[in-house]
Design a protein around this ligand. Structure first.
Ligand code: WTA
Length: 655
């Protein structure tokens, strides 16, 4: 963890964003929540959450105590209550007469489709619950899920939740080694996978990685259930491997869900720490579901009767857990689920889907938005996107240019954008505008949600005044907070609760602007110190991307003898721009950053590159860029979506 401090210097240079986009009176009047919700929550924070828990969930047994914080930082929410996640996501909607409502419009990459109603999904989950039980999976056992974005992923997660088994989803793009270490850490009894999937029109396999992962003995896996998806040949271990369709066919469609303790573990999801082995973030049932359902309704203004919702995140990430599976289904939403890549078979695929299903709420990531910007607006302009009424962003700070493009080109200049800050650890959205209440600002996540005590503090843990920056913390426990790191409670305390006394340290830098609105500045380990001045990588990236030539930018602080650190920027230029003869892009862009932020922020080097190294979840791997910038051989690049990117960059630099 960075021991660097954050003071006011860097923040004086931040963009002075003057644009404001208040909700229209019609939107505000019809919104799910109104301004008064902040005051209500502030009056009695814990009571507010208890009210949401009873409003959004059907409890098999009501709880006696909303919060037990007596063993802080180990929280217990809705103590004594019993609740079944699958019942809340499925059966109760069918019992309420909504069985015919579409739960999932599935769209496979090759163009195959499936429309799955709540009644269908309920039946599939009941069968899967019986099937898993018949394979010896019991309440509390762990199940590893290594599946593509297909309905069976949702079915598997909910079937586990139904019987009280703990799912551990491993993103399908992770290697066999990564899968094995997660299987071992969680001691999974069952693995659910598929033969493979499709990526950019080509089959892409999964089962061979499971075989590799389990090749060495010493693991805890008894069975591997294999969905047939792309039909490729797969090796088969008799006695261990079973076909999904065969076990499901044999299973009964009758299964009664029983309530599990509110604090019963729901899932483990691994996320990388600053170093070393991934952390198994543990989420439990009652509090997690409450905050997922509440935020999904309040932040996206979701109207289950009329909206068609689409979150583009993969099930392998927390966004897929909270905002593809639990939030939307608990709320009875109709959603689109898409298996493939945005450019297959053409760069308009997403917008074609929005038009086809009349998507009204779209939730995606800034990296996707910037990629689409790079492809050009003529692509989305070909489609009817008029159904869109709310747009969401998550995963990294969204630079104002991408925000404006999203609003204008995708949202038709009218749909409110909700920039949502949260983490695997927080389980659900923590900071975001409310679309019917907040006048939005391009680039800022703005306000803590009602009932969420987020603050920005200095290195001594003191709240910073408006206009200053520091560290993002959460002062009070929240329902969907991680409960621990699986098997490592000490690491849980050290990582999140030791930096500042009694408050949760998120690891993000943030700034409060003059209105008190929150701007996220990226991980604090990405904050640079140049000649004693604090600079945010994000801020400089934002400046670079605001130049019309630049499609994407990544900035790192490289060790520098004179200045401590020096700013090194890697940029991808837009395909369509014509750079005038004799213009040196690096010089022009340095000057541009100087103009946008100040001379101190001018990158020492700007390198034009064809691609940036990104993880499969789309995060830029700055660590690798830092290696290159500091003249080292980049270390382990195996978690990159495209490992050859680093070789290309290194080769370019040697030229
Ligand atoms: C970053 C994803 C700025 C942040 C839900 C956080 C964001 C990390 C935003 C968590 C946002 C997420 N604005 N930064 N709206 N949302 N982040 O665990 O650095 O994959 O700590 O969870 O992403 O990433 P994770």
């Amino acid at each position: 963890m960075s021991q660097q401090t954050v003071n006011g210097d860097a923040f004086e240079n931040l963009l002075h964003e003057e644009r404001r986009f208040p909700p229209t009176p019609e939107f505000a009047a019809a919104a799910n929540v109104h301004e008064d919700i902040y005051a209500t929550a502030a009056e009695d924070r814990v009571g507010f959450w208890a009210e949401q828990a009873r409003k959004y969930l059907t409890w098999s047994k009501d709880f006696d105590q909303a919060l037990d914080w007596s063993e802080a930082p180990f929280a217990k929410w809705f103590v004594g209550g019993e609740v079944n996640a699958a019942y809340n996501a499925l059966d109760r909607h069918v019992e309420a007469g909504l069985g015919d409502r579409v739960a999932i419009y599935f769209e496979g990459e090759p163009g195959d489709t499936e429309t799955i109603t709540y009644a269908d999904l309920t039946e599939r989950v009941k069968k899967a619950a019986n099937a898993f039980e018949s394979l010896g999976v019991r309440k509390g056992d762990r199940v590893a899920v290594y599946l593509p974005m297909i309905p069976e992923a949702v079915v598997t997660m909910l079937a586990c939740a139904r019987i009280g088994a703990v799912h551990s989803v491993v993103f399908g793009g992770f290697s066999a080694d990564a899968l094995r270490s997660r299987i071992d850490d969680a001691e999974a009894k069952l693995v659910v996978t598929a033969d493979g999937t499709y990526r950019r029109g080509k089959p892409s396999s999964l089962k061979p990685a499971v075989d590799d992962a389990l090749a060495e003995p010493g693991h805890t896996v008894e069975h591997v259930v294999v969905v047939r998806r792309n039909g490729q040949d797969v090796a088969w271990t008799q006695g261990r491997d079973l076909h999904w369709h065969e076990v499901m066919e044999a299973a009964s469609a009758e299964h009664t869900a029983v309530g599990h303790d509110s604090e019963h573990p729901l899932y483990i999801l691994y996320t990388s720490g600053t170093t070393g082995k991934p952390k198994g973030i543990l989420h439990t049932t009652g509090g997690y579901l409450t905050q997922c359902a509440f935020t999904h309704s309040a932040v996206f203004d979701l109207k289950p009767e009329t909206d068609v919702y689409w979150c583009t995140a993969d099930i392998g990430w927390v966004t897929g857990h909270s905002y593809v599976v639990y939030g939307p289904l608990v709320n009875g939403a109709t959603q689109v689920m898409y298996e493939g890549t945005p450019d297959s078979p053409h760069q308009g695929r997403w917008w074609e889907l929005v038009e086809k299903y009349k998507v009204s709420v779209l939730y995606t990531a800034p990296t996707a938005i910037r990629t689409m910007m790079k492809w050009g607006r003529d692509i989305p302009d070909k489609y009817d996107l008029s159904s869109i009424r709310v747009l969401g962003s998550v995963g990294e700070p969204i630079n104002p240019e991408a925000w404006m493009w999203y609003r204008e080109v995708i949202g038709g200049g009218k749909a409110p954008i909700v920039d949502t800050w949260w983490q695997t650890e927080t389980g659900a959205i923590m900071v975001a505008p409310l679309p019917g209440v907040t006048a939005t600002k391009p680039g800022s996540a703005q306000v803590p949600l009602p009932g969420i005590a987020v603050d920005v503090v200095d290195e001594n843990g003191k709240p910073v005044p408006n206009g200053h920056g520091g560290f993002l913390v959460v002062r009070e426990p929240w329902p969907s907070m991680l409960r621990t790191i699986w098997g490592d409670p000490e690491r849980f305390k050290d990582t999140y609760w030791s930096r500042f006394e009694g408050v949760y340290f998120a690891g993000d830098g943030a700034k409060k602007d003059d209105d008190g609105d929150i701007w996220l500045l990226g991980r604090v380990d990405d904050v640079m110190n140049v000649s004693g001045h604090r600079l945010s990588t994000t801020e400089i990236e934002s400046a670079l991307v605001s130049h019309e030539w630049v499609a994407e930018a990544a900035v790192v602080g490289a060790v520098d003898e004179t200045t401590g650190q020096a700013v090194v920027a890697f940029v991808i230029l837009r395909g369509e721009v014509e750079i005038p003869e004799g213009d040196d892009p690096s010089a022009v862009l340095r000057a541009h950053v100087g103009k946008e932020i100040g001379p101190i922020a001018k990158p020492k080097h700007i390198l034009v590159v064809p691609e940036l190294p990104k993880t499969r979840s789309g995060k830029i791997m700055r660590r690798l860029l830092k290696d290159v910038a500091e003249g080292r051989d980049p270390g382990d690049a195996t978690t990159l979506a495209d490992p050859s990117v680093m070789q290309q960059i290194a080769a370019d630099l040697r030229k």
